[in-house]
Design a protein. Structure first.
Ligand code: KIV
Ligand code: ZN
Length: 391
């Protein structure tokens, strides 16, 4: 793997699917996994096999159909979880077991009623056992975001010695600031013995709206895998959005970091996941929201009609959106109206446009958005209508 390649680890079907009320059946998961594989993700986390027979079956079926990506199954640091995951992954061309344990003092004291040394022992046992089944073992230090860096480095070092190929540093509660998360990754890069044998992975939650920023700060500081979901779906405020991190790296080439993602599939796969999960994507969602390439104020519309780049940093076609949209509202100007009228067949002179625009404003004040049918109606109501259509 080249040093500037960032691996995309998609967890839509595991962490993403933990959204309340969004359970997918095996057939739906297989359809999404097939598309993720074509999209070019490097790893598909297909589920948590021990959690239910349905999840086991999904991981097994996804393992059978995925052609290129690594297929990964989640486990706790529990012997039976690891055995079951290995069984579910047996058909995968490239299987990975993702095992780990909570490492913050809060998890160690309250969840496990244990101590730091005993947690390191459990982590080592889990990684070593997983390693007897598969070569590729990812270790997660749950709540690493709130784990003291010194202890985190010690447990990561022990996991690498036990055979971990990837170290996942989750900001499980979405607490970190980008500078803190970046510094954590840098600290691990500089202080974990044997770190050159493993890839550091960012797994950020969005409780403070910082999941994307934290993941980017992580790769700037040396991580080479980002764990993310389509549309940023996931428990509570969700996970890092795949489409956001991929487009940030693409639009900032000077970072010298890239991915294998076919970005022209991003809009389509966003729609697929939203549809199958029954989760509506907010219109202002970056990259894939309905308004991500829609312009409605007069000043912006005029600029975009003259040159798209005045108000757009991404060519919509690069993410699979056919074109930017010029939305007609009472805030639109003459340029936008002339542009949309031309799209439905009317080439207006300056005089005609002045009259049509007056009628348009009356109409738009009553209706939030003016569509193509409304444009015909507005033009038909003009005194100059006959002149316009005979042109
Ligand atoms: O957020 C988290 O800590 C996780 C781990 C189980 C990887 O999802
Ligand atoms: Zn998570």
């Amino acid at each position: 793997m080249s040093d500037n390649k960032v691996q995309i680890f998609d967890t839509t079907l595991r962490d993403g699917e933990q959204v309340p009320g969004c359970k997918l059946n095996t057939e739906q998961k297989v359809i999404i996994a097939e598309q993720l594989d074509i999209l070019g993700v490097d790893v598909i986390e297909a589920g948590f096999p021990v959690s239910s027979p349905g999840d086991f079956r999904s991981v097994e079926e996804i393992s059978k159909i995925v052609k290129n990506a690594t297929v990964c199954g989640l486990t706790r640091s529990v012997e039976n979880d690891i055995k079951v995951a290995a069984e579910a992954l047996k058909y995968a061309k490239k299987p990975r077991i993702h095992t780990g344990i909570g490492t913050s003092d809060s998890h160690i004291t309250h969840k496990f009623k244990s101590n730091r040394e005993a947690i390191i022992e459990r982590a080592v046992k889990a990684v070593s056992l997983a390693k007897t089944y598969v070569e590729d073992v990812e270790f997660y230090a749950e709540d690493a975001g709130r784990t003291d860096n010194d202890y985190l480095a010690r447990i990561c070092e022990a996991a690498i010695k036990a055979g971990a190929t990837v170290l996942n540093i989750p900001d499980t509660t979405g607490y970190c600031l980008p500078s803190e998360y970046g510094a954590k990754i840098k600290y691990l890069k500089e202080n974990v013995k044997g770190i050159e044998k493993a890839i550091l992975s960012c797994h950020c939650h969005n409780d403070l709206g910082l999941a994307t920023a934290n993941s980017i700060e992580g790769v700037i500081n040396g991580a080479r895998q980002i764990e993310c979901t389509i549309n940023g779906i996931g428990e509570r405020a969700g996970n890092t959005a795949l489409e956001e991190v991929v487009m940030i790296l693409k639009q900032h080439p000077y970072l010298n970091l890239d991915t294998n993602i076919n970005t022209q599939m991003l809009y389509g796969i966003s729609q697929l996941v939203s549809d199958r999960m029954g989760i509506y994507t907010q219109p202002n969602k970056a990259i894939v929201g309905a308004n991500a390439f829609a312009h409605s104020s007069g000043i912006h519309q005029d600029g975009v009609i003259k040159n798209r780049e005045t108000y757009e940093i991404i060519d919509p076609k690069d993410v699979g959106v056919t074109a930017s949209a010029i939305v007609l509202t009472a805030r639109s100007g003459r340029a936008a109206l002339a542009y949309r009228a031309k799209n439905v067949g009317y080439e207006l002179t300056k005089l005609q446009l002045d009259e049509v625009y007056k009628n348009f404003l009356d109409f738009a004040d009553k209706k939030k958005e003016v569509d193509d049918n409304d444009i015909h109606q507005i033009i038909e109501s003009c005194k100059l209508y006959k002149e316009i259509i005979s042109a």
